[in-house]
Design a protein around this ligand. Structure first.
Ligand code: ZN
Length: 216
């Protein structure tokens, strides 16, 4: 990739890092049954190109921390983050990815925070997932401030960035090999589609891949 195309992608897209932490499995005397929430094998998907993990059940609590932002930006970011958090559930008719958002419950298993400074390697988002062999225990997301502040597309940008990170939070560990997908390493939010409804940028392949994590 030439330096200029990299710069283009960095400026317009989502360069994302994901860190994984494995926690020891502690034996549970009465584990809840894990329920299949989708049908396996629906194509197209990129399930063979990624590790898949899952939450045992929904809803999952999410704590959003906007304290790094000036107060005047909170409403727009709040709208964007909440929109992004809700997209996967919207795309699966509420079956996968129901979250309860709070702004004051820092003990929630998922935290989404706006970073106070730059992220490593100039990433726009980082998700750290903690899981046992198959089940996700917690997730910690950091987002940088949007390049679209001061434009009408701020909410869409924040929603799209959040939705990509929530794809990791929901268990799509590795990136899609297809640049059209939301789960491509830099997402699929571009100058051409930044006015589109963020829901339309979750591709069938993204959604089917997520369903593969929850089909058994
Ligand atoms: Zn990513």
């Amino acid at each position: 990739m030439s330096p200029s195309s990299f710069r283009f992608r960095y400026l317009l897209g989502l360069l994302c890092h994901i860190a994984l932490a494995l926690v020891a499995c502690t034996p549970s005397t009465a584990p809840d049954a894990t329920q299949a929430l989708a049908v396996c094998g629906v194509q197209p998907n990129f399930a063979n190109e990624t590790q898949l993990k899952r939450w045992q059940n929904f809803p999952v609590d999410v704590h959003v921390d906007l304290s790094a932002l000036p107060q005047a930006s909170h409403a727009m970011y709040r709208e964007g983050v909440e929109r992004g958090i809700g997209l996967w559930a919207q795309a699966t008719s509420g079956r996968i990815g129901a979250f309860r958002v709070s702004y004051d419950r820092s003990d929630s298993p998922v935290t989404i925070a706006i970073a106070r400074g730059a992220l490593p390697d100039s990433a726009i988002g980082i998700t750290e997932l903690t899981f046992t062999s198959d089940l996700i225990v917690s997730a910690d997301v950091q987002l940088t401030r949007s390049h679209y502040e001061g434009t009408p597309f701020l909410v869409n940008d924040v929603a799209n960035t959040t939705a990509h990170e929530m794809g990791h939070v929901l268990g799509i560990v590795d990136h899609s090999p297809f640049p059209d997908d939301k789960m491509w390493v830099s997402g699929n939010f571009t100058i051409q589609n930044h006015a589109n409804d963020p829901l339309s940028l979750l591709t069938l392949r993204d959604i089917n891949t997520l369903q593969q994590a929850y089909c058994r």
